[in-house]
Ligand binder design. Structure first.
Ligand SMILES: *[C@@H]1O[C@H](CO)[C@@H](O)[C@H](O)[C@H]1NC(C)=O
Ligand SMILES: *[C@@H]1O[C@H](CO)[C@@H](O)[C@H](O)[C@H]1NC(C)=O
Ligand SMILES: *[C@@H]1O[C@H](CO)[C@@H](O)[C@H](O)[C@H]1NC(C)=O
Ligand SMILES: *[C@@H]1O[C@H](CO)[C@@H](O)[C@H](O)[C@H]1NC(C)=O
Ligand SMILES: *[C@@H]1O[C@H](CO)[C@@H](O)[C@H](O)[C@H]1NC(C)=O
Ligand SMILES: *[C@@H]1O[C@H](CO)[C@@H](O)[C@H](O)[C@H]1NC(C)=O
Ligand SMILES: *[C@@H]1O[C@H](CO)[C@@H](O)[C@H](O)[C@H]1NC(C)=O
Ligand SMILES: *[C@@H]1O[C@H](CO)[C@@H](O)[C@H](O)[C@H]1NC(C)=O
Length: 511
């Protein structure tokens, strides 16, 4: 789950954990062959802020903004294992973080620090893509810090990525508890080196990073005065949220955009199956969808389309609104077109028709590799497809999922650990008198919003959602053409953060 994506593989963006029908994932294996040899899918929920189609093709992503001359890179010597006192726990690795001092009025004025907590990707592009920080830093005189998540980008232990991902003994230190403990150490280190002891810290994250921001506020209240958690589905664990929720929302988005589009997609799966079952059917499908290589199985096409529709819903952003674009293509196909022509027209409308898209060569990004491990160990987000969607039903089976993970990594997932360690059940009852100062922001078009906190829990645990918003939209750059509801959402968030800071200074004065 990232707000922005850097991965090169569109298919791996798929949000489903479906293993019951082993699906071919269409990638070429480059580096991480030890772990990524399974061709069928641990097709894993990703929660990135930026859709795949906006990502640069290669990791690490290319930095483009002029703003980046203000961004300096630092490394912190991080402890491998915060929770053990065995000799090997004391091993260290270099953890990368970036700082932008341009707007900071300094330690002497106790000016705030905005700490962006990295998610499952390299941190390189965050200063550009997570525009909320740069857009608002000046009005807060804030220091901006972006901290990379362990095992991503340049923050990899054991000397190399190959070593780190070699087996469960080395990859086992890759989990959220270690990651937020890393963030705690980096924040303490930064405040110490800048002599900024009194500067209040606001943590900000999106998607998986938004979950980390929430959990950081709950676990480390002495290190942050508040968290902005954008599109953080902290309730999509342990069946708190129905498994079918994600694809129910995808379906609702399409249906709201166009009833006929929804109906065409609904009917398309059995049509694809029907054509595929005919003699020569797969080559007919390959031709009609202009696949890069001939299809071996109709599921290759169906998986691609399913992921495409899911991503379009998740990143259904203004001004293009991908769902509207796809439906425009489907509904706009010339009169008398059959179902498959309409589906193909939707695809072309959205992705263009210059090159083939389906079954093409793709690279496995480090996000795909890392997130796969994370979902197979701790981030077990049970997403299945229920009976009332525009897709073919495909329930989530924990048993099969666990079996596949065990096969790949030699260890089994712990599907109850997130709720054991961070909570989630009866969240309102639990947090209303305990937690404070978290903004849970969501866009309701985002299928992951179904696992987010959508109701106010207390005066300071606040849910701010927008009917037409999408995944992590609020923490991206503001733009002149932003719809009024988005402008208002950000404004509310900024007012709340200002209030936290004012309150903190009052408290600081009083003590
Ligand atoms: C900050 O305060 C310290 C101690 O009072 C002083 O030595 C230093 O010059 C101040 N720095 C700035 C940038 O004003
Ligand atoms: C992982 O690899 C290391 C080094 O090759 C080895 O010592 C260790 O036993 C392996 N662990 C597992 C769980 O296979
Ligand atoms: C389809 O199967 C053939 C033969 O097994 C294989 O060589 C080819 O790579 C497969 N194509 C894809 C896209 O997986
Ligand atoms: C691609 O789209 C353009 C413009 O819509 C159209 O003229 C062209 O025929 C299309 N090419 C193919 C191969 O579908
Ligand atoms: C995969 O990565 C290699 C090496 O970085 C690059 O040359 C190639 O263009 C990439 N291919 C795709 C499809 O992204
Ligand atoms: C979906 O339909 C199947 C087959 O009719 C049924 O066994 C299953 O219980 C249904 N699932 C739900 C969630 O209604
Ligand atoms: C939560 O409360 C804030 C005011 O503090 C309000 O702006 C917001 O709309 C409320 N959220 C919901 C979901 O009612
Ligand atoms: C959401 O978008 C739809 C379609 O453009 C529009 O009709 C509706 O008024 C919007 N709702 C809000 C709350 O902005």
């Amino acid at each position: 789950m990232i707000c922005k994506e850097t991965s090169a593989n569109f298919l791996l963006l798929s949000f489903k954990l479906s293993m019951e029908h082993p699906r071919m994932l269409l990638f070429t294996l480059l580096i991480y062959s030890t772990y990524v040899t399974a061709t069928h899918s641990l097709t894993i929920p990703r929660l990135s802020a930026i859709p795949e189609w906006e990502r640069t093709v290669q990791d690490p992503a290319v930095i483009i903004s002029s703003d980046t001359e203000d961004v300096k890179t630092f490394y912190y010597e991080q402890t491998l294992d915060h929770f053990n006192y065995r000799p090997e726990s004391y091993t260290t690795f270099q953890q990368r973080y970036l700082m932008n001092f341009k707007y900071w009025s300094g330690a002497n004025s106790s000016a705030p620090i905005f700490a962006y907590l990295g998610d499952e990707e390299p941190i390189d592009n965050s200063p550009i893509s997570i525009g909320f920080l740069t857009d608002n830093a000046a009005s807060f005189n804030a220091l901006l810090v972006y901290i990379e998540h362990r095992y991503y980008g340049k923050s990899v232990p054991f000397g190399s990525r190959e070593e780190a991902f070699k087996n469960a003994s080395t990859i086992g230190y890759f989990n959220s508890a270690q990651a937020i403990a890393d963030y705690a150490e980096v924040i303490i280190h930064v405040k110490k080196t800048l002599r900024a002891k009194k500067s209040p810290v606001i943590v900000i994250g999106g998607s998986y990073g938004g979950m980390l921001a929430t959990w950081f506020r709950l676990k480390y209240p002495h290190l942050t005065i508040g968290a902005l958690a954008s599109s953080a589905p902290i309730l999509y664990f342990d069946n708190i949220t129905p498994q079918s929720g994600y694809f129910d929302v995808v379906t609702r988005d399409f249906r709201e955009a166009s009833e006929t589009c929804y109906e065409t997609i609904l009917k398309s799966w059995s049509e694809i199956d029907r054509v595929a079952s005919q003699p020569n059917g797969l080559s007919i499908l390959s031709q009609r969808f202009n696949t890069c290589r001939p299809l071996n199985d109709s599921s290759e096409l169906k998986d691609y389309l399913e992921t495409l529709y899911a991503s379009a819903a998740q990143y259904n952003r203004p001004p293009q609104y991908p769902v509207t674009t796809i439906c425009g293509g489907i509904d706009g196909a010339s009169f008398g077109s059959d179902i498959l022509s309409k589906i193909a027209a939707g695809l072309v409308e959205f992705r263009g028709n210059r090159t083939c898209k389906i079954n093409g060569p793709t690279n496995v990004s480090e996000t795909s590799v890392g997130w796969r491990w994370q979902t197979c160990s701790e981030m077990v987000i049970p997403i299945g497809i229920g009976n009332d969607t525009m897709f073919q039903p495909d329930p989530f089976s924990l048993e099969l999922f666990a079996k596949e993970c065990k096969k790949q990594y030699g260890v089994s997932p712990r599907p109850h650990w997130v709720t054991t360690y961070y909570g989630g059940h009866d969240i309102k009852l639990t947090l209303q008198r305990f937690g404070s100062n978290v903004i849970f922001s969501n866009g309701l078009k985002d299928p992951y919003s179904i696992g987010g906190v959508l109701d106010n829990i207390s005066d300071s645990l606040i849910a701010i959602h927008t009917t037409n918003g999408s995944h992590c939209l609020d923490i991206l750059h503001a733009n002149q053409n932003d719809p009024e509801w988005l402008v208002q959402q950000r404004k509310k968030e900024i007012e709340i953060i200002k209030r936290w800071i004012t309150q903190y200074y009052d408290d600081l004065g009083a003590f």
